[in-house]
Design a protein around this ligand. Sequence first.
Ligand SMILES: [Cu+2]
Length: 316
Amino acid sequence: MKRREFLKKGAGSTMAFALSGLIMSSSNAQAAGTVVYNISADSQVQTMIDGTTVFTWGLNDPVSPGPGHIGSGMVVTEGDTIEVNLTNNLDRNINFVVDGVLGSTPSVAPGETKTYTFTAPAAGTYMYTDSVNGYISKSMGLFGPLVVMPSDAETTLYTNGPAFDKQYTLVYSDMDGRLNEAISNGDTSYDINNYEPNYYFANGLIYPDTKKFDDTGISMAVGSHVAIRFVNASIIEYPMHFHGYHVNVIKKDRELVTDFISRDSVLVRPNTTVEVILPVEIAGAYPLHTHYVPGVTVNGVYANPHGGGLIIMVAT
Ligand SMILES: [Cu+2]
């Protein structure tokens, strides 16, 4: 990432989602402060990569967007006070919760704004969403990543944890177009138990669109270490498979993996996060994709030599 882009992306928060250790040294470590995010929950019509238009929801923060097409995202330092002003432009009540940090908060009615305040928890990878509408919220698009950096360094996953040269955040999600259509039409008969997605996303993007964003394709140097933060906003398990590389699994849902071994597939369970470090031992360009086969299809079609959907490229 070029410095100009870094500055632009970092404008609303202390750091960006894909950042290089060459830019941020530990002397940049931030003292705890208050970070304000103004987020709106909106409905929108999105054009999928196959040309289909789908009615979706999203959490949007133009000052601090998430990686790729994710409308909002937070990168903060542990101990920060985080103030979220959530404006609800949807047709029903929603709230703001952070898995493992902030639960059962009061809801905000349509047309209103509510402030949610919490303290940034221990360094790690988290997800925020709405809990009023059950799983529908995530499928419709109400989610975002929260990355908490340690207070004493910006190139480790946690204090005295493994160091990295660059880090990336990859948020996985999916949608069932039948649910989107039902919500769009005000039809309440859709049964979430029949949820069967037909679109799969990495950072809100379908491959090969994932190649269009610096923070949604992993670009690395031989000999370096790259941290990858997986966030699963789906109800489907994603076994993420690396071609060409092995990674060290460091934490699953903020819990240290003590028996970790180097592996080429990492299971990312629903509503969880996984942090890994990729030691870049060889040069190359390889896909990172889900082994859940429908996840590499687009609206039922297995396109391209290696499918479409939930794939990103990892390259030196
Ligand atoms: Cu493969």
